[in-house]
Design a binder for this molecule. Structure first.
Ligand code: ACK
Length: 870
């Protein structure tokens, strides 16, 4: 017997399908009881050690071989891999009648090694025979399985030195004691046991998303998941909630939830958190990597969470960490005053140096010049000047400040000072404006000084706009009494007005002068003076008649016309942003309210799991959790959530109910009600012949009612089949698997048609196969097939016929025969659903009505289909 366990490198035992799992070998020796230990050579002449038994000639064999006590090391489920050869009984000379081609495998759990304690003693003490003792020990063993060979060897193989080695693996669990024995019972076969490997799988220590998950022993049941809370690696913190993973019985880590992130001052490098270097910083969540300190700031030590400002530079609390340190602005520039009787308009340009900030503001200190050189007096909060009073002299101090001026106490302030005298007369209006040289896009203007300038004219302001377009005008300034206005449209009439400014302010504008540009191209001189454009866009005079918002909602919904009272399904495809549809039709669930307990299946996008949902203030319910595997594309995420956007629009007892979605954390999940009995096709196969006709019709009635609801909503399912119906513990059937093209993509039954689409041929109406005419009437055809599946307890429609043959047969008016023991009324209904002319098929509400009638009157179901139909 080759004891592969004795010096075997554990890693060499890892089979490819469990590569991620850690396998721990447990068996260390076998004890022989009636078997022979034989040294041999294999086909390559390498020495092997086997345990053999071959008592095919004698009757009533019962030969046991059992292992030493195998410690479980805490594993609740172990795997046993056997390698053996077995003799083909037919090849034995004379065809020995008692020869067997199987053997049995047993186990016996104990907390200690009983072989050591018991051997000999017990028998002597109680006075039982060796035979009785052995029988008693053997009776404690529990059978694991009968092992048969895939390949048995013959005399010829022996001659050719062909080994014909069989490998069988069985799993054993739940185990509850510290250890166990294995035993092999031979009842008269010719066996050579070449190796026995006993191992269990573990989810190995793993660092994922900066969280450490310890080496974990899986649960005892085949589909059980063990939830493990991860520990954030050094210098990291959980983001929102502690990370979780789930250890499967296959030793694989599944469904990671949540993650850790490096704490401020650290960044993620090679799955650990490394301190930020000098000159770098990281504040929480801002970015994943340490960033270089922004301008005018420094980090003199490692692990900085913020950078500090250089001398003379400052930061305020509301400045983001990645913003440069700043300083106060320089003083305002080019300050001028305009006095209009008792009002003073001050104008200035922004400071040369804003200090690196956008929040520059200005302080103005107003002081009155007291007569007779008595100095200055603060104006106070309310400067008021009475008209027609004598001139008053004022002095203004103008200062620019920004967000950090308060912090920069020792920063030298830069003021601009202005002296103003009120109650001075402004210049009189310019009386005449003349047109000079006119070009295609320019007009030269000139004007005379106002009759009463009332002081020194500092500048002129020219305002112009295209005639009848005065919502947008342009102002340019000139120190002279002439200028060329450029940038005009050819052959267009413009209005011009000019006014003068002295230290007392602006005078009134001249009257309007109209001049037209020429249609021809002229070269024009450069405009002198500065140009500023003021645009006033008048609010549109059109105002929509007010509409009742509720009424509007009722009639239009994202472009769909809806009729009050009838709910309609809205195709999420019509949303430009699919996330908007998800947001509108589903409810977001916080992942902390969900526990994942077991895997119930594999979906196209990831595992389908189940577990309790505990929403605050609500009763705990069991839910199914569809997950989207990591590494998905944006398109896959969209397709995945697509189904939720559809399901979320339905509310019916025979349609699978959407509880909500998890999109704010990863993995993305779809949460639906849990259906204890899984999909209808497997459920029926498992319970073949177990239900009354009324129970079956009840299921069909439920499906029809769900489909009636969908067709009323305007939703065409396209993939109605028993595999897409789920059954709960009360045998209530609910329609599931929504999502148009996607459903067909992941339905293994869907086949490509000649037109390129993927269609589940056996369930689909001929017009939908031929020219993709999918309607509620084609759903009715599929419903007829579902009826047939239900009444035949999950039989495959058209059995093993090929898709091509099915299409051909249906085309030639062949229809499925009535299932065994099927009431004739139901078979008639199926046949109606399979009418070639789709308008002749019943509607779902008629189907519901008919099934209700049959249920109310069970005697109508007594008559079964006669054999001629079948
Ligand atoms: O036939 P099943 O047990 O039922 O295996 C499939 C598997 O997940 C992959 O889809 C099962 N399943 C899907 N949704 C649910 C649900 N809401 N409740 C229970 N089982 C479900 C389905």
């Amino acid at each position: 017997m080759l004891l592969t366990s004795q010096c075997m490198d554990i890693t060499s035992l890892i089979m490819p399908q469990i590569a991620k799992a850690q396998v721990r070998l447990l068996v260390h020796g076998l004890l022989i009881k009636y078997w022979e230990e034989i040294g041999e050579v294999d086909e390559d002449y390498a020495p092997i050690h086997t345990y053999q038994v071959c008592r095919v000639m004698e009757q009533n064999q019962n030969n046991w071989l059992h292992t030493n006590w195998i410690l479980t090391e805490g594993a609740q489920r172990v795997f046993i891999e056997l390698k053996f050869t077995l003799r083909d009984c037919n090849s034995l000379p004379g065809g020995v009648g008692t020869c067997k081609e199987t053997f049995n495998m047993y186990y016996y759990e104990t907390n200690g090694d009983e072989d050591e304690m018991e051997d000999g003693e017990m028998r002597d003490g109680v006075g039982i025979t060796e035979e009785e003792d052995r029988a008693m020990k053997e009776s404690r063993y529990i059978k694991i399985d009968t092992i048969a060979a895939d390949e048995s060897f013959t005399e010829l193989d022996l001659g050719d030195r062909v080994m014909k080695l069989n490998t069988e693996v069985r799993d054993l669990g739940p185990l509850n004691r510290k250890g166990f024995y294995l035993a092999f019972q031979d009842l008269g076969a010719c066996i050579a046991l070449v190796s026995v490997r006993v191992f269990y799988k573990r989810c190995p220590f793993l660092v994922k998303s900066l969280a450490e998950f310890p080496d974990t022993i899986p649960g005892s049941e085949a589909s059980q998941l063990v939830e493990v809370v991860g520990r954030c690696v050094n210098n990291s913190l959980p983001l929102y909630e502690p990370p979780r993973m789930h250890c499967s019985t296959e030793g694989e880590w599944l469904v990671p939830i949540g993650k850790c992130v490096c704490q401020p001052g650290f960044e993620e490098i090679n799955r650990s958190c490394q301190v930020c270097k000098v000159g770098f910083y990281r504040s929480l969540l801002e970015s994943l990597a340490c960033s270089k300190c922004p301008p005018h700031s420094v980090a003199r030590q490692t692990g900085a969470t913020v950078c500090s400002c250089e001398d003379g530079y400052y930061k305020i609390d509301s400045d983001p960490p990645n913003m440069a340190c700043t300083r106060p602005p320089s003083g305002p520039r080019n300050a001028i005053s305009n006095v209009n009787e008792t009002s003073v308009f001050l104008e200035w340009s922004i400071p040369m140096e804003t200090g690196g900030r956008k929040d520059v503001r200005y302080n103005i200190l107003c002081r009155r010049v007291l007569p007779d050189g008595r100095g200055l007096e603060e104006c106070g909060p309310n400067v008021r000047f009475l008209p027609r009073r004598s001139h008053t002299n004022y002095s203004f101090l103008l200062e620019a400040v920004n967000g950090v001026s308060e912090l920069a106490k020792d920063h030298a302030k830069q003021y601009v000072s202005l002296n103003v005298t009120t109650n001075q007369a402004a210049p009189s209006p310019v009386s005449v404006v003349r047109k000079g040289h006119t070009g295609k896009s320019s007009i030269a203007l000139s004007w005379a000084e106002p009759d009463r300038p009332n002081g020194i004219i500092l500048e002129y302001e020219i305002k112009y706009f295209e005639k009848e377009q005065d919502s947008s005008y342009t102002i340019i300034k000139s120190k002279d009494t002439e200028m060329v206005v450029e940038g005009l449209k050819p052959s267009s009439v413009y209005i011009f007005q000019v006014r003068a400014r002295t230290s007392a302010g602006y005078g009134a504008f001249s009257r309007r002068f109209e001049f037209q540009t020429s249609p021809y191209l002229y070269f024009s001189a450069t405009t002198r003076g500065s140009v500023s454009v003021f645009t006033c866009v008048l609010r549109c005079g059109y105002s929509k008649a007010k509409q009742d918002p509720e009424e509007e909602k009722m009639h239009f919904h994202n472009g769909h016309i809806k009729f009050p009272g009838v709910r309609t399904y809205i195709d999420p495809l019509t949303y430009e942003d699919p996330n908007q549809a998800v947001h509108e039709f589903t409810q977001e669930i916080d992942v902390s309210f969900i526990s994942i307990e077991r895997i119930i299946g594999a979906g196209e996008f990831g595992e389908v799991c189940s577990g309790p949902l505990r929403l605050p203030g609500k009763r705990e319910i069991q839910v199914a959790i569809k997950t989207l595997k990591a590494g998905y594309t944006e398109q896959q995420r969209r397709d995945f959530l697509w189904e939720a956007s559809i399901m979320g629009q339905f509310n019916h007892p025979n349609i699978i109910r959407l509880e909500g979605v998890v999109t704010k954390s990863k993995p993305v999940m779809i949460i639906t009600e849990y259906m204890e009995n899984g999909s209808l096709d497997t459920f029926l196969k498992k319970n073949d012949g177990q239900f009354t006709v009324i129970q079956l019709v009840g299921m069909l009635r439920g499906i029809a009612s769900g489909m009636r609801y969908l067709s009323d909503m305007g939703y065409v399912h396209r993939d109605l089949a028993a595999r897409n119906i789920l059954v709960n513990s009360n045998l209530v059937c609910k329609v599931s698997d929504f999502g148009l093209s996607r459903v067909l993509e992941d339905d293994p039954e869907a086949a490509y048609t000649t037109r390129g689409g993927k269609i589940p041929i056996r369930w689909t109406a001929p017009e939908a196969i031929a020219y993709r005419k999918f309607t509620s009437a084609s759903d009715v055809w599929s419903y007829g097939i579902v009826m047939w599946e239900v009444m035949s307890y999950g039989e495959r429609p058209y059995w093993e016929m090929s898709n091509q043959d099915v299409i051909k047969a249906v085309e030639e008016s062949y229809r499925l025969p009535g299932p065994m023991d099927c009431p004739e009324a139901l078979y008639h209904l199926m046949m109606d659903c399979w009418q070639r002319e789709r308008s002749n098929r019943p509607k779902f509400d008629e189907i519901v009505c008919l099934l209700d009638k049959l249920i109310r009157n069970p005697s109508s179901l007594k008559k079964l289909v006669n054999s001629s139909h079948r």
